[in-house]
Design a protein around this ligand. Structure first.
Ligand SMILES: *Cc1c(COP(=O)(O)O)cnc(C)c1O
Length: 389
């Protein structure tokens, strides 16, 4: 079913009618009363959130049900972090001898998992250019079991054609797994495009206040049961308190995403016309090489943008130092704008040639907009640019 963003906003604001509290309660309990011997079978059954906290808990259940509904999934599960949700899912669904296709550009943890950790467990992987559907097709083998996707990617804002890759995979009975952290269900719903499994790092936009670490998996019943079963021994469950905070985040998510989108679009447009800027990467710009694809599969383009400042490493550094509003911090998706200079951040680990190979120009800045007033962000960027030379 195709959701409208209005209906998602409405049910995020709605609340269990049985519960007299206006704000949902926090269930900080390790175990739960079974009540009567007859209920034991139900409560100890598959995907129960009412037995023991490692199997699930009522706050996780509320959060996962809302997210599953928003993404158009049958089931959801909440994990201790975004990485816990990705690694648990891969461990649950893959075995020695399988092959995985992933993108060259992924969140750093996913990159490490697919490039080195899975092969060390006997699962082969091929990393492809996400902008080419043919590259995904060429990488497929008879033992390919899963395709990992992330769009838009970070920090170059490349777009993966979700519907085209999902179709390739479905024809061959390969599962598709998409990291939807940067978009949230308000900007993009991969299951509507044919993807099987969606993941969120709730630590970013859904939590939204730079104060929690949490993750979610949303998928169909059969896949969820395999992941849930594996996690009963893996133990990477999300905590009740972080789920409770994330439930609060959901209630303002629509407002925040609207402002994140607005701020990033306005900043991208202003920067694109600025004489101190070489290039801007943002899927909401008509100059973005995949703007049409982004328009087709997204309802909004998100809060993340990158741009290259003239003057190389020093130019970028001068700009970042002169910024007054964005914090110099890496993790994004909260109310406060954050900026980093990737070449400076990764410069100790990567050579100049490796940086260039990944498209990370020395003067590049990655800025994730918060929910500050748009005009303030624009004038702050403008004054910092004037000091960047
Ligand atoms: C942060 C992030 C992750 C990992 O999430 P954690 O909650 O930090 O474990 C995965 N994917 C993306 C796109 C992220 O930004």
């Amino acid at each position: 079913m195709v959701q409208s963003t209005n209906s998602i906003a409405n049910f995020f604001l709605s609340h269990d009618e049985e519960d007299p509290a206006v704000s949902p309660a926090l269930h900080q309990s390790l175990n739960y009363k079974i009540g009567s011997p007859e209920r034991f079978e139900i409560i100890s059954g598959d995907m129960s959130a009412d037995l023991y906290q490692r199997y699930g808990n009522p706050n996780n259940r509320s959060l996962s049900q809302l997210l599953a509904k928003a993404e158009g999934a049958e089931e959801g599960m909440i994990f201790a972090s975004g990485m816990a949700s990705i690694s648990t899912t891969m461990m649950a669904l893959l075995k020695v001898g399988d092959h995985v296709v992933a993108q060259k550009s992924h969140y750093i943890g996913t990159h490490k998992l697919t490039k080195t950790v899975l092969p060390s467990f006997g699962v082969e992987s091929t990393l492809v250019d996400q902008t080419s559907v043919e590259a995904f097709e060429r990488a497929l083998r008879p033992n390919t079991k899963l395709i990992m996707l992330e769009t838009p990617s970070n920090p170059l804002l490349k777009i993966t054609d979700l519907e085209a890759v999902a179709t390739l995979a479905r024809d061959r009975k390969i599962l598709t797994f998409c990291d939807n952290t940067f978009s949230t269900p308000f900007n993009q719903r991969p299951i509507e495009q044919g993807v099987d499994i969606v993941m969120h790092s709730i630590s970013k936009y859904i939590g939204g206040h730079h104060d929690l670490v949490c993750g979610a998996i949303l998928t169909n019943h059969e896949i969820m049961k395999r992941i849930w079963d594996y996690n009963t021994i893996n133990g990477a469950i999300g905590s009740p308190f972080n789920s409770w905070l994330a439930l609060r985040g959901l209630r303002t998510l629509e407002l925040r995403i609207a402002r994140h989108n607005e701020n990033a679009q306005a900043l991208a447009e202003m920067l694109e016309d600025h004489p101190r800027i070489e290039q801007v990467f943002y899927p909401g710009l008509s100059s973005h090489p995949q703007h049409q694809l982004a328009q087709k599969q997204m309802d909004g383009y998100g809060g993340l943008l990158s741009f290259t400042i003239k003057g190389g490493l020093q130019g970028g550094r001068n700009f970042i130092e002169a910024l007054k509003i964005p914090e110099l911090a890496s993790s994004l998706g909260g109310i406060t704008s954050v900026a980093i200079q990737p070449a400076a951040l990764f410069g100790s680990r990567l050579t100049d040639a490796e940086l260039k190979n990944q498209g990370l120009e020395p003067g590049m800045v990655r800025l994730a907009t918060g929910i500050e007033p748009t005009e303030s962000l624009l004038s702050d960027a403008d004054q910092a640019l004037s000091k960047s030379a």
